[in-house]
Design a protein around this ligand. Structure first.
Ligand SMILES: Nc1ncnc2c1ncn2[C@@H]1O[C@H](COP(=O)(O)OP(=O)(O)O)[C@@H](O)[C@H]1O
Ligand SMILES: [Mg+2]
Length: 381
């Protein structure tokens, strides 16, 4: 193997550095590139080293800021956080900052070698692996699928400050651009067709940035005829390409199930299955669950979201859970006025009324979802 993985170790404890260096000697395809005793010293080295894995101890005061800084400016660096702490909050903090792995001290040789060998074998496409894909789905219109895709995407971008792509896969009459008052220069038909001729920065420029945020929209085709030209292979290639650039992708999937929607649902880490609380909707949920089962999706992948939820509904949450045999993951309150105003003004609810129950609810939802996505990736190994 000619290409080596370059490992940088940052820990104020020299004994710990020596232990890791010794473990590293037994791993083919990886070698020590540099070692530092304080986080700020490793920044330039990590950014400028190809095929780099950075191991960084969290005990130092500015370790988390260093992780975010490196992650934001050099996404190719694979960052492993090292810590004495085993608490979920500590793990989430490190992963939110941009670490993709978390090792607890004392580090065993088995755990360390398995992790580094995994990187060696993977040959480094870390950005693809760390991107999380969320779809919103309902087999009926008017339930709130687009509202949820848009508001969740905005919240994730605001909260994480990471690059978030929002794809409107309602190829005939999508609403995402309208919900965000955007006038896209290019649409998904153009982008999908020209994907191979664009480098990453051209691709980003062809998307519609929402205000000055880190959210970028892939708009639906302006011309309905053009939507017919898009193939499911193009959708697959587009999502795979975006996964290399973005940290999160949110897809507003069409209600009609075709090869393109299935591609998007297949690639998704999580499907937000949206419903409202009434009898026809519960029946529809059942149909969707059956379809997902046929598609081979795990129950874990499906997150049931009740929209326009009101307390004291005739049908209880537990009734729905009994019928579809799936726990409700989240409930979004009914707030007609704020939602109406948001749609009419082309803005997310957080910009219309940040103190409203629905804006607060979306914030909490985005936070729960992101925490789930970053921690489940570790657990699924
Ligand atoms: N939580 C909510 N409370 C009140 N109205 C809502 C809520 N969520 C969505 N709506 C409204 O429901 C309508 C349909 O929402 P939309 O997101 O376009 O649904 P879909 O994409 O499923 O067709 C919109 O007018 C929207 O403002
Ligand atoms: Mg819609």
């Amino acid at each position: 193997m000619d290409k080596k993985l370059n490992v940088i170790i940052t820990d104020s404890d020299a004994t710990m550095r020596n232990i890791l260096k010794n473990y590293l000697k037994n791993i083919d395809g990886a070698e020590l590139c540099a070692e530092f005793d304080s986080p700020q010293d490793c920044i330039d080295k990590a950014k400028n080293t190809p095929d780099c894995v950075l191991i960084i101890d969290l005990a130092a005061e500015n370790a988390l800021q260093t992780i975010s800084l490196i992650h934001q400016s050099a996404r190719q660096v694979r960052i492993i956080a090292l810590s004495d702490l085993t608490t979920t909050s500590s793990i989430i903090r490190a992963l939110r900052a941009g670490a993709i792995e978390y090792l607890t001290k004392p580090v065993t040789e088995t755990a360390f070698c398995a992790l580094i060998r995994g990187f060696v074998e993977n040959d480094g496409d870390v950005s693809t692996n760390s991107c999380k894909v969320i779809s919103t789905f309902s087999n009926k219109g008017g339930i709130g699928k687009t509202s949820i895709a848009v508001n969740t995407a905005v919240e994730i971008a605001d909260m994480t400050k990471e690059k978030v792509a929002l794809i409107d896969l309602n190829l005939q009459l999508g609403d995402v651009s309208t919900f965000l008052d955007l006038n896209p220069g290019f649409d998904i038909a153009y982008i999908a067709k020209n994907l191979d001729n664009m480098d990453d920065s051209e691709l980003i420029q062809s998307l519609s940035q929402y205000k000055n945020s880190t959210l970028y929209v892939v708009a639906d085709p302006i011309n309905i005829e053009k939507s017919k030209e898009i193939t499911s292979e193009q959708i697959d290639a587009l999502i795979k390409r975006l996964k290399k650039i973005f940290s999160y992708i949110i897809i507003d999937v069409s209600t009609s199930i075709d090869a393109k929607s299935i591609k998007a649902l297949d690639i998704s880490d999580v499907i937000l299955l949206v419903a409202v609380v009434n009898l026809p909707a519960v029946r529809n949920l059942q149909r969707c669950m059956n379809m997902f089962e046929k598609l081979g999706y795990s129950r874990e992948k499906i997150k049931l979201v009740l929209n326009r939820y009101m307390e004291n509904e005739e049908i209880k949450t537990s009734d729905i859970e009994d019928v579809v045999k799936q726990k409700v993951y989240w409930k979004i309150p009914n707030n007609y006025l704020t939602m109406m105003s948001a749609v009419n003004k082309g803005a997310p609810v957080s910009r219309i009324n940040p103190d409203s129950n629905i804006a607060i609810n979306y914030k909490e939802f985005a936070s729960k979802l992101c925490d789930y996505l970053i921690t489940s990736r570790l657990q699924n190994k």
